[in-house]
Write a protein that binds this ligand. Structure first.
Ligand code: ADP
Length: 866
């Protein structure tokens, strides 16, 4: 076995020291030292264990720190996973040796010599162990160990001494290293501490500034903004916001938004919604490590760049009134307690600010309110005084329990001094005896609050100097005591002058009325009650009436009975609106007939400017109206003549056509040689004569209708019945033509006003046409009601009417297609139209050529049956 000289061992230890002492030497350089020692000593393992005590149990442990292995040797770590911390107690011999190790002795043993229970502590292939203590500053720091798995190695004194020195050098170095490390750590700690202090100082400064702001900055939102901004700056957050609880106490509203990508102010969160909603619910600060993926985030903030977020509540008296939230847009992970504490301090500030402002506003409001009330009172007192003292009226307040005047706004009244009045004298003595009753009655009504605001009483009072004055008083109960009138306010105006004027006025009015009386035109005048109170001499002369009753009765008697209502309606509504008016009526004339007159009325005011009634004139317009009527009749006559001319034109054409056929066929009849030919001619002759007869009949009808339409008599009839009878009449003819007939006329309908014969005719024409112009298919007749109208519908599946003819088929003599309808004269529809129009109705038609035609007879329901 090769003994290593002491120097080589120390050399290795020293070079380790040199390496370790380099300022930035990593502790791993010990591996190198172990390797050098292991190689030098040719052992299988070289290792360092560190001793330490468990801070909880104070039990001493050893733990493997560094290990070097020769080739093909098993690591100690592989044997025991707990090798980082083994209680010394459970280490058998080593435990027994610990005191000696602490004293600097080495421990050596062959594995063989170890107790069985100890052997498990050593790796199985190990044959011998040498353990050298490492002492640091006289304390047992750890051990330097060497295992041999090849031989049961013996150790020389020299080797052991050298290893002891190497261990102590390593110890000193480690101590140094540790001290430096400790120093470094404490320096870092100190730095961190001072940075923290600095931050706290910054926070304090910011908080202090905020507290100053609270007192100087009355605008809450500016203040809140500053608070959020400062808090954000302090914890390096880029974004922030402040929510306040809304009055419903169930939702929060964002009132400050700092640096948010867009202005989110006004955003509302419900309790429990998003971070702030949850904070408001729990009253506790809350963090989100990464808001962008946080399950609890509020939907409104989807797409915002919030990463880690911190939120704290604003509380007043334990109640959450809002939240402050701050957010980082880059970093994720939690904020630390210190940051939570800081932001909470700002939240407290914000809460204080809010409370302050609210208190301040309340006090202000109360002060303003009180001031307003005081001002109002002062103003109203001032007003009252100014009003009463400057009022042209006399204002008394009378105590109703004593009937004494307790206030008067004038030093004297009608020569009586205020003292005389206030003393309360029996005023009845100076009231004009004629007015006493009306005054007392008025007073009683005022006491019973039966008067409206405008009610007043006029009476005479004797002045102190003996003259009479006219007074006008209003009485109002001013206050009540125990539900009874307590004080009466009396406002009195001197109206003597006005009364005098009124008298003069009345006289002058009489004068003017006198003038009107002799005016050469009929004149009427009504008064405020709207009755006619004056009719002048000319009126009596015009009507020939004499005054037996009142002018109103005479006035009414002069009217044509049919015209009175018209007059009354116009006059009454004009009177209400104080408008002038004109109305045309017939009034009785002394010549025994009714004359058409224009009654003109004009509202007129008395000389005092107040409306007093109407003044009116009557113009006789009988001659004008007669002349107008004549012109009207003349025009009508002209129109008739024109119509007749047109008519004759049309008729002559329609008469001439069959006549020429008749003449032609008569001629042909004469020259016809054989019997069948003669018969043919005769048939034609007969048909044409028949057609002529029908045309003449139609003509007669239509002209009769045109002349006599106003003379038709109408009765209430049932449409269904009429339609049924028409349908029944035509049914056999329709069947003969092999056409279907469909009738739907049994729903109950209100009756109409109709001339039965004419109406029958009007509708029958339509049915006849339907038959005439339908070759196959059928005819349907229906009755029904639409709103206030009754409709008779006659539809067919015939040839139809080309659209371009539709508008004209109701014209006289109009035929849609002369070639195809040789049967009629084109008068049927014109007659129907005339008849239905005479019934206040109309006929409409819808038709599609080749498909069919529908006629609608539309009639008004007899109003009484609506
Ligand atoms: P007419 O005696 O020619 O039938 P009307 O005045 O009754 O005269 O009718 C005028 C024209 O309207 C007819 O010539 C015919 O062309 C057309 N017309 C009337 N009713 C129908 C109908 N139901 N179907 C088709 N055409 C009709």
């Amino acid at each position: 076995m090769m003994v290593q000289p002491r120097d080589s061992i120390l050399q290795v230890a020293l070079s380790a020291v040199q390496r370790l002492l380099l300022p930035d030497a990593p502790p791993e350089s010990l591996y190198q030292t172990l390797g050098e020692l292991g190689n030098l000593l040719q052992v299988s393992r070289a290792y360092i264990f560190e001793t330490f005590s468990d801070p909880k149990t104070d039990q001493q442990h050893v733990g493997l720190r560094y290990e070097w292995l020769a080739e093909n040797v098993v690591s100690l770590k592989a044997m025991n996973p707990d090798i980082g911390a083994i209680p010394v107690e459970s280490f058998g011999r080593l435990a027994e040796w610990s005191d000696r190790l602490k004293a600097g002795d080495v421990f050596y043993s062959t594995t063989r010599d170890l107790r069985l229970d100890e052997q498990s502590n050593f790796e199985a292939s190990t044959l011998s162990v040498l353990i050298v203590p490492i002492l640091v500053n006289h304390e047992w720091w750890g051990i330097l160990g060497f295992d041999d798995c090849v031989i049961e190695r013996e150790w020389t004194e020299i080797e052991i001494d050298a290893l002891k020195i190497a261990a102590s050098i390593l110890g000193a170095t480690l101590f140094n290293k540790q001290t430096v490390q400790a120093l470094r750590t404490s320096e870092t700690n100190y730095r961190a501490l001072s940075a923290q202090l600095e931050r706290r100082a910054e926070a304090m400064a910011a908080l202090y500034e905020t507290s100053l702001d609270i007192n100087s900055q009355p605008d809450l939102s500016t203040l809140f903004y500053a608070i959020v901004k400062r808090a954000a700056k302090l914890i390096d957050a880029q974004i922030g916001g402040l929510y306040l609880m809304r009055p419903d106490n169930r939702s929060l509203e964002l009132v400050v938004s700092y640096n948010l990508p867009k202005d989110y102010t006004g955003v509302v969160l419900q309790l429990g919604e998003g971070l702030s909603g949850k904070i408001a619910q729990t009253g506790q600060p809350m963090l989100s490590d990464d808001y962008s993926i946080w399950a609890g985030r509020a939907a409104v903030y989807d797409g915002t760049p919030f990463r880690r977020v911190i939120g704290v509540p604003l509380k007043v008296g334990g109640k959450v009134i809002g939240t402050i939230t701050l957010s980082d847009i880059e970093r994720t992970g939690p904020y630390d307690d210190e940051e939570v504490r800081l932001v909470s301090l700002f939240a407290d500030q914000a809460a204080i600010a809010l409370t302050n402002v609210r208190l301040f506003e309340k006090v202000h409001e109360e002060l303003a309110e009180r001031k307003k009330a005081e001002d109002a009172l002062q103003i109203s007192e001032m007003r009252f005084r100014t009003l009463t003292e400057n009022s042209p009226d006399y204002i008394h307040i009378i105590d109703l329990s004593t009937n004494e005047t307790i206030y008067i706004n004038r030093p004297d009244v009608l020569g009586y001094s205020a003292v005389e009045i206030l003393k309360g004298r029996d005023t009845t003595l100076i009231i004009h005896p004629d007015d006493l009753l009306v005054l007392q009655q008025h007073w009683r009504q005022a006491l019973a609050s039966q008067l409206d605001d405008q009610a007043y009483v006029e009476y005479r009072l004797r002045r102190k100097d003996g003259d009479w004055e006219w007074l006008q008083s209003r009485f109002t109960v001013m206050s009540y005591l125990d539900g009874k009138p307590h004080e009466m306010l009396a406002t009195t105006t001197l109206v003597t002058d006005r009364k005098r004027d009124e008298e003069a006025l009345a006289q002058s009015l009489n004068f003017y009325l006198g003038l009107l009386d002799t005016f050469p035109v009929p004149i009427w005048r009504s008064e405020i009650d709207s009755h006619i109170h004056f009719l002048n001499t000319s009126w009596f002369a015009f009507t020939g009436l004499t005054l037996n009753h009142t002018t109103q009765v005479a006035w009414r008697a002069s009217f044509h009975p049919d015209d009175w209502d018209k007059w009354e309606k116009i006059y009454t509504s004009a009177f209400k609106a104080r408008r002038s008016f004109e109305v045309e009526c017939r009034i009785y004339h002394t010549d025994g007939t009714f004359h058409t007159v224009m009654i003109v009325g004009q509202p007129f005011n008395g000389l005092d400017g107040h409306f007093v009634g109407y003044l009116g004139v009557i113009f006789d317009i009988t001659e004008i109206r007669e002349a107008q009527q004549r012109i009207l009749e003349l025009n009508l006559e002209k129109a008739r003549v024109k119509m007749l001319e047109d008519f004759i034109g049309d008729v002559s054409h329609d008469l001439r056509t069959p006549l020429s056929t008749i003449i032609l066929n008569t001629y042909l009849l004469r020259s016809a040689s054989d019997e069948p030919k003669r018969q043919e001619r005769l048939t034609i002759l007969e048909a044409q004569a028949e057609r002529l007869k029908k045309t003449v009949q139609d003509l007669l009808d239509i002209s009769r209708l045109e002349i006599n339409i106003t003379e038709l008599t109408f009765t209430q009839v049932d449409v269904n019945q009429m339609v049924m009878s028409i349908a029944q009449f035509y049914a056999p003819h329709i069947a003969q033509k092999k056409l279907q007939l469909e009738i739907d006329a049994n729903k109950p309908l209100p009756s109409i006003l109709a001339n039965e014969t004419q109406f029958h005719r009007g509708v029958a024409n339509l049915v006849e046409n339907a038959m005439k112009y339908t070759k196959k298919g059928g005819i349907s007749i229906k009755t029904y009601r639409r709103d206030e109208l009754i409709i008779v519908e006659i539809a067919d599946t015939g040839i139809g009417i080309p659209a371009e003819h539709l508008a004209r088929i109701f014209d006289r003599f109009y035929k849609a297609d002369r070639a195809r309808s040789t049967e009629g004269a084109g008068l049927g529809l014109a007659i129907s139209k005339k008849i239905i129009e005479a019934h206040g109705g109309k006929i409409e038609v819808e038709s599609i050529e080749g498909v069919g035609t529908t006629f609608f007879v539309i009639l008004p329901v007899y109003p009484a049956n609506l």
